[in-house]
Design a protein around this ligand. Structure first.
Ligand code: C2E
Ligand code: MG
Ligand code: MG
Ligand code: MG
Length: 288
């Protein structure tokens, strides 16, 4: 019967599934090798204080360029790495690179570095917590300069309270940010049961701030809630100055987005820092 359906026009579906499966197998082996040879790199997207326009930190974002396939998006290979277990190794390499880089940058500016950590890595929460502290020790990065970002899916994935497990981070001053806030299942009660210190507003809420009253109200509500819980807020995906203005006026202190800069290489990021220390205003930046 399945064969019949195939002949009757379902072959396209079958072929595309096949294509997907084949690509996964190919990426699996290529990613394994890339990690073995430490070929993944890290780019840095500036995070700015919205009222001054100064760079206060950076988000580390993994980048992978395969010699044959070209650039592969994290949106494709992170979920794969989460399925095949490579996420642990990948996460360790990104963390090590980002912390050494940020430690070197401390001489230029007291920057914060944000590193994304997958909910899968939190399944071995104690070991993860320990490794992060070891990495800080080894690289000399002050703990208060590191923020770990986790997406809301962590809240679903882990039913247990991670507060006790992550207590060593809190004690050392490592920040914990809830990423993509509002896009997952909003189990608000969890916000109190995890030691979050920051909240990142997802870019989907910024798109229609100019035309959609509900979206405006939503962002205002998120900001009010964050304030009530004592969470620092970072807005992500700021592409237009009117978005920055809206956020600034409502007390959102930090932001990142293409308006200011995409994620860039460490060298380019350093150039941005130097430029700023010489008080050269960046072109894209219009502080209003
Ligand atoms: P994220 O952590 O929410 O990171 C923000 C994403 O938004 C990044 O995409 C960034 O390049 C993009 N972005 C920044 N500003 C703008 C903007 O103004 N407009 C738009 N349209 N996009 C903007 P990227 O680098 O492709 O990463 C996608 C996702 O992959 C990340 O979302 C994160 O969930 C995951 N990811 C990236 N690097 C890592 C990593 O090292 N470890 C883990 N576990 N996940 C990572
Ligand atoms: Mg993030
Ligand atoms: Mg995000
Ligand atoms: Mg995301």
């Amino acid at each position: 019967r399945a064969k019949e359906q195939g002949r009757n026009g379902f072959s396209f579906y079958d072929a595309s599934m096949d294509h997907f499966a084949q690509r996964q197998v190919l990426l699996d082996s290529k990613l394994r090798q890339a990690l073995e040879e430490r070929q993944l790199s890290v780019n840095y997207q500036p995070i700015l204080a919205l009222n001054t326009g100064r760079i206060v930190g950076a988000e580390a974002l993994v980048r992978w360029r395969d010699p044959e396939l070209g650039w592969i998006s994290p949106a494709e290979f992170i979920p794969l790495a989460e399925r095949n277990g490579l996420i642990h190794k990948l996460g360790d390499q990104v963390l090590a690179q980002a912390c050494s880089q940020a430690a070197r940058w401390q001489a230029l500016s007291p920057l914060q570095i944000a590193v994304n950590v997958s909910s899968i890595q939190f399944r071995h929460g104690e070991a993860l917590c320990q490794r992060v502290l070891e990495t800080l020790d080894r690289t000399g990065l002050p703990a208060k300069c590191l923020t770990i970002e986790v997406t809301e899916s962590l809240l679903l994935d882990n039913h247990k309270d991670l507060s006790a497990t992550l207590q060593p981070w809190v004690a050392h001053g490592v920040g914990l940010a809830i990423d993509d806030f509002g896009t997952g299942y909003s189990a608000l009660g969890y916000l109190q049961r995890f030691p979050f210190s920051k909240l990142k507003i997802d870019k989907v809420f910024l798109n229609k701030l100019d035309t959609s009253a509900p979206d405006r109200s939503l962002v205002e509500a998120i900001l009010a809630m964050a304030r009530a819980l004592g969470l620092e807020v970072v807005a992500e995906g700021i592409e237009h100055d009117w978005q920055a203005q809206f956020l600034r006026q409502r007390g959102c202190h930090f932001g990142q987005g293409y308006l200011y800069s995409p994620a860039v290489t460490a060298e380019e990021f350093e150039r941005l820092l130097h430029q700023e220390s010489q008080h050269q205003p960046r072109k894209a930046l219009a502080v209003g």
